[in-house]
Design a protein around this ligand. Structure first.
Ligand code: FES
Length: 253
């Protein structure tokens, strides 16, 4: 982990408030899905806190992509970067997703921007010969991640709360159907989704390894500020160091 500069290759617009920042730096080559960098999203120290960005995609030209929204000022600052600009970064940080060597049928569940690290994981898994099903849920069609950005080999099933695209309702409605065909499960979404899935998955805890990415706000990124503490069965831990990816059953319920 160290401080470095990422050179902006370009900023890609995926939707009205969704973008991918493409950066170039040798440090990204050691970065796995689920790991993150802390970005300074201004030219000054105001705001003081950096923002965590998870690895989202890799491109053939060597650029690495980071998905972000523009609902907050820091996102709008990133969206205004131009090719050749530099972004001040710290990282790579944290522990990312780990595929079980025996797992070949992977199920992924994404909610909102939680899809960012799962796209990187899905691409890695497909390249390694795994079968990948990715379930994404959103309030409405315009908030879904564009299917065409994922490898064709990934089976993508979308759920919308208002029924405007894909299946109406929530992933939870069909969870039994999906989990039976999987030998490892990966989840990235809100604390509410994780809590709901924890209850639904309890009957298969002994059979199905489940990794989850928690959405704690990262400040220092090195375990010093304790701003990202999560509670595990062994007690509180800093998710920026021990996570942000955890075994679901290690987290305290
Ligand atoms: S962000 Fe400071 S301890 Fe994790």
């Amino acid at each position: 982990m160290h401080q470095f500069s990422g050179q902006v290759a370009d900023v890609e617009t995926l939707g009205p408030a969704l973008h991918v920042l493409w950066l170039v730096a040798p440090e990204f080559l050691a970065m796995g899905s689920g790991q993150f960098v802390l970005a300074r999203c201004s030219e000054s120290f105001d705001p003081l806190l950096r923002r965590g960005l998870s690895l989202h995609q890799r491109r053939a030209d060597g650029a690495h992509g980071f998905l972000f929204g523009t609902s907050k000022a820091w996102g709008r600052w990133l969206a205004a970067r131009r090719p050749g600009d530099h972004v001040d970064l710290i990282g790579p940080l944290g522990r990312g997703f780990r595929r079980e060597p025996t797992a070949h049928r992977l199920l992924m569940i994404a909610e909102g921007l939680g899809i960012a690290p799962l796209v990187a994981l899905a691409e890695e898994a497909v390249a390694a010969g795994c079968t990948v099903t990715l379930l994404q849920e959103a309030p409405t069609a315009s908030r879904l991640y564009p299917r065409q950005r994922l490898p064709e080999a990934v089976r993508v099933v979308s759920y919308t709360a208002d029924g405007s695209a894909g299946r109406p309702g929530r992933v939870l409605d069909d969870l039994v159907e999906w989990q039976e065909a999987a030998d490892q499960l990966f989840i990235a979404g809100s604390a509410r989704l994780l809590a709901d899935l924890r209850v639904r998955l309890a009957p298969v805890a002994a059979r199905l390894p489940v990794q989850v990415m928690v959405e704690e706000r990262m400040a220092c990124g090195v375990g010093a500020c304790l701003g990202c503490v999560v509670f595990t069965v062994e007690g509180p831990v800093a998710s920026c160091v021990e996570g942000p990816v955890f075994d679901l059953w290690r987290l305290a319920g």
